[in-house]
Design a protein around this ligand. Structure first.
Ligand code: ADP
Ligand code: MG
Length: 376
């Protein structure tokens, strides 16, 4: 008997999986209509599902501590669903809001994407639910449309004002590639990314810290960026090019200048990275990552002592480059390292954390994996 069968006392129709992600470069650019470059991780959220005909949504997660959560699909509304169940409920709500009259289902959720670690366990869960619903209800919705629907779910139902990167990464990444995404019109290019072919490795260092201040700060940063664009008379900060930056900064109040500097320079770093990747210039990509981290630390203000320590230690120990990935205030750092230096760099990070009195981070290599898919 499967876990689904023992929880729901019936057989499932299928199993769907959607990955977490790390973003190589392009942080806090997605809600500024800018550019991002994520890869999917091999870690996935998996949803085992069966359609119901009585309008009930029954939810179970191996990570939840509240057994089966039972909701009426017709009565779903933002802020009414507490706890983890609001993520899958949000997706069902958003599908209906988008005009797809979907009904109930039994959903069993399991995931090995570290939760709250900046690796986007939330978007993985949303994408797996969206794809399961898409197939169970025989919808015909494109992946980018599903990404927009799940982003709306997280924005309007869960209440997190995220951009579209995480959902697009989970639904549209492909194995062996980074996804070069224009978040304004969702134009995508799959860029081959194979660090092993260059004798390198991409490590993910999950610091396992999450500073509470992150929740409100994210919304404040987003609001600051939007205010700056309005003051400059631009649709979004993406429309400010580097050659106009100095003049634009002169027109802005002090507190908005570093935000704008970050967004403009970060979009340039994505442009540079997408030239370096196909040329096999991963040696030069390292410096782009480290410069991106400095910008998050000094201008955008979203790094924290733990992520700064990983970056400093990794680079001092000979890594090609490193940066915090994800929303910030904790979470994970990516480290690009020459294969033979992997153990030395990992050991240096572990030692530095020990000396600082921090709990040990979780370090693992990341190969660009496949996007959301049906498993069976
Ligand atoms: P991140 O997306 O960076 O991992 P978030 O705070 O955005 O962090 O999302 C984490 C939240 O997503 C968890 O607190 C939980 O509510 C929900 N979640 C993610 N994965 C699961 C899961 N497998 N089962 C239940 N809830 C999950
Ligand atoms: Mg998230």
């Amino acid at each position: 008997m499967t876990d689904f069968e023992s929880v729901f006392d019936t057989t499932p129709t299928g199993v769907w999986a959607a990955p977490g992600r790390v973003n190589l470069i392009g942080e806090h650019t997605d809600y500024n209509d800018g550019f991002v470059l994520p890869i999917a991780l091999p870690h996935t959220a998996r949803v085992t599902a069966r359609r119901r005909t009585d309008g009930l949504l029954r939810l179970y997660s191996t990570l939840g501590d509240d057994g089966v959560v039972e909701l009426s699909v017709a009565e779903l509304a933002p802020e009414r669903v507490p706890g983890w169940a609001r993520y899958p409920a949000a997706v069902v709500w958003a599908l209906r809001e988008a005009g797809h009259p979907v009904g109930g289902a039994d959903l069993h959720v399991d995931s090995d994407v570290p939760s709250g670690g900046g690796l986007s366990s939330s978007a993985a869960l949303e994408a797996a639910v969206a794809l399961a619903y898409h197939d169970l209800h025989e919808l015909s919705v494109s992946r980018p449309q599903l990404a927009l629907i799940t982003q709306r779910a997280e924005n309007a139902f869960v209440g997190v004002p995220c951009g579209v990167m995480d959902q697009m990464a989970s639904l549209c990444c492909t194995e062996g590639h980074a996804l070069h995404l224009d978040t304004r019109d969702l134009t995508q290019h799959q860029i081959p990314f194979d660090p092993a072919a260059q004798g390198m490795r991409l490590l993910v260092v999950d610091t396992r810290v999450k500073h509470d201040l992150g929740d409100g700060a994210y919304a404040d940063l987003r609001a600051g960026c939007e205010r700056a664009a309005t003051l400059l008379g631009l649709p979004a900060l993406r429309d400010l090019r580097p050659d106009g930056l100095a003049a634009a900064l002169d027109r802005l109040p002090d507190e908005l200048r570093p935000l704008v500097r970050h967004v403009v320079s970060e979009n340039e770093r994505v442009r540079l990275a997408v030239k370096l990747l196909p040329a096999g210039r991963l040696d030069a990509l390292g410096a782009v990552l480290t410069a991106g981290h400095a910008s998050l630390r000094d201008d955008f203000g979203t790094s924290c002592p733990e992520t700064d320590l990983v970056v400093e230690t990794a680079v001092a120990a000979g890594a090609r480059g490193a940066r915090m990935t994800g929303g910030g205030f904790g979470g994970s750092v990516i480290v690009l390292v020459d294969e033979p230096d992997t153990d030395r760099v990992s050991a240096a990070i572990a030692e530095a954390f020990h000396r600082a009195g921090y709990a040990q981070p979780h370090t693992f290599p990341a190969l660009p994996a496949a996007g959301a898919r049906r498993l069976r």
